[in-house]
Design a protein around this ligand. Structure first.
Ligand code: ZN
Length: 261
């Protein structure tokens, strides 16, 4: 099937408007730059959505038409309405891919899906970041060497309060000495989640080719696959069990009773 993957790039879009330096680096907004990096591949149908739009640009209709959602937020995590977080969570459980970028580690949706604080240590010194590829054969690492470097970045350090990842694709080393699990995957319900660390707003990180490549790879990896997740608990009547059985002992449920949520 050669159908294009439908990507929605969500951006908080606050720093770009309030901090001149960020607006200079990202004149089309950080979401605009991330979307531009995705559009370099012909395989994606890309749209953007921002916090200031009605329903933060994430209406039922938009999410129903989204295969993979990318998320960048920082200073306005608390302004994201809980009902939108509920909606995004439900779509991830159904099978929508989610790529959480940089300071999105503290977003409501990431913390909701992972169930931990997602806290970490940090420093802004514009130091070099070296991202080591831990799994060279993984689809998210395709096209990269043994490592790549970002000349100037914010430092994120361990401990990173996340559940143990299903897969650790990258580990970062920073010039100041810290290390960090900077590319991690999880599955929640039918949905794939990838956290990718780089992307501090005062550096042109999303203009870097390797970073754009990783995000493109991650979108391809996170696209929905297989059957929709079953989010109800249907009763399987005794006469429909795969093997013939007879009821033994008591049951509070009647034969053929409907499922419950
Ligand atoms: Zn940052």
């Amino acid at each position: 099937m050669s159908q294009k993957i439908r990507v929605t790039v969500w951006g908080e879009n606050v720093h770009e408007k309030k901090i001149p330096l960020v607006g200079e680096i990202y004149p089309q907004g950080m979401h605009g730059q991330i979307a531009a990096g995705l559009k370099e591949s012909g395989n994606f149908d890309v749209r953007t959505a921002t916090l200031d739009q009605p329903e933060h640009g994430l209406t039922e209709e938009v999410l129903a038409q989204t295969d993979v959602l990318t998320w960048w937020g920082h200073c306005a995590h608390g302004a994201v309405e809980d009902k939108i977080v509920d909606r995004v969570q439900a779509r991830v459980l159904q099978g929508m891919g989610l790529i959480v970028l940089h300071s999105g580690h503290y977003s409501k949706i990431f913390r909701r899906l992972l169930g931990t604080t997602c806290s970490l240590t940090w420093r802004e010194a514009g130091e070099k970041e070296r991202l080591w590829v831990c799994q060279p054969g993984h689809p998210i690492a395709q096209g990269l060497g043994t490592y790549f470097e970002i000349p100037n970045e914010e430092m994120y350090g361990e401990p990173f309060a996340i559940p143990t990842p299903d897969e650790t694709i990258f580990i970062s080393w920073f010039e100041g000495g810290e290390v960090f699990r900077s590319g991690c995957t999880w599955k929640r319900g039918n949905g794939k989640i990838f956290y990718f660390r780089p992307g501090h707003e005062t550096y042109p990180t999303y203009q870097q080719k390797e970073v754009q490549l990783v995000i493109r790879n991650a979108v391809n990896w996170a696209r929905p696959e297989g059957s929709p997740w079953i989010d109800t608990c249907p009763n399987v009547p005794i006469d429909q069990a795969p093997e013939k059985i007879t009821q033994q002992g008591g049951s509070l449920h009647k034969a053929g009773e409907a499922g419950y949520r």
